[in-house]
Write a protein that binds this ligand. Sequence first.
Ligand code: GLU
Length: 278
Amino acid sequence: MRLSRLAGALALLCAASVPSACTGSDAAPDSLVTRADERGALTVGIRFDQPGLSERTLDGRFVGFDVDVAKYIAGELGVDAEDITWKETTASRRETDITSGAVDLVVATYSITDAREQQVAFAGPYFHTGQDLLVRLTSSEITGPDTLDGRKLCAVTKSTSAQQVKERFSRAVELIEYPRYPDCVTALLAGQVDAVTTDAVILAGYAAQNPELLKVVGEPFSTERYGVGLRKGDTDGVARINEAIQKMIDTGTWDESLVRNIGPSGYALPPPPEVTQR
Ligand code: GLU
């Protein structure tokens, strides 16, 4: 008798569009936490071509630190790795992929910035790095951003790196933009550009693929704080993802993933960031 009264009350709540009453989650109905609960699945926007961070292998698997972060978060939201749909996002598509609902979250070397926070919410940060330069091993003249005058510099459209070049060096530097980093690296190897710029941890992955031809200058000139992007206003999602990142750090899983995925590039591994409630 008591059970049927409870079932009746739950049915009423469900009918009144309170999905949390049906799923056991106390998150807002439109939170990704509720979607994860209801569907047992999540769609993650990720890069396909950033060695060490997130790469799609030839046999269709996804590997890298960003991939591990996404899997850990999904796991904490009750979603198994095999129930994640990986969707390629690029630097210029991250905001629209989130606002259009094409993905539930973005884990894609995504720097937290005020401008982006106008459109999306960020959990984290889960990693810190800085903007740097990738050059040919034979190039000794480019030693930092102040030595780029008259040079051709490749960056990815809508990355903070391209923006920073436009703001700080635009008059003296010829900026060439592509949607993806491998296009910049190919142009550098072919001698069509003099340097590629983005976050040092990303550049380290490409340098490690071509150690006899490429090197990272190693003079970072910005601070990039990687966040997990999600729909603006999803405060439950931000809180749960922050908890997951903190747990990943506290359990040593964060460190273990960094050593395994980023360690081989020789990039100096930073300590974990302070995960702030935003
Ligand atoms: N972290 C920078 C950004 O979010 C540059 C790397 C990237 O293209 O993701 O724009």
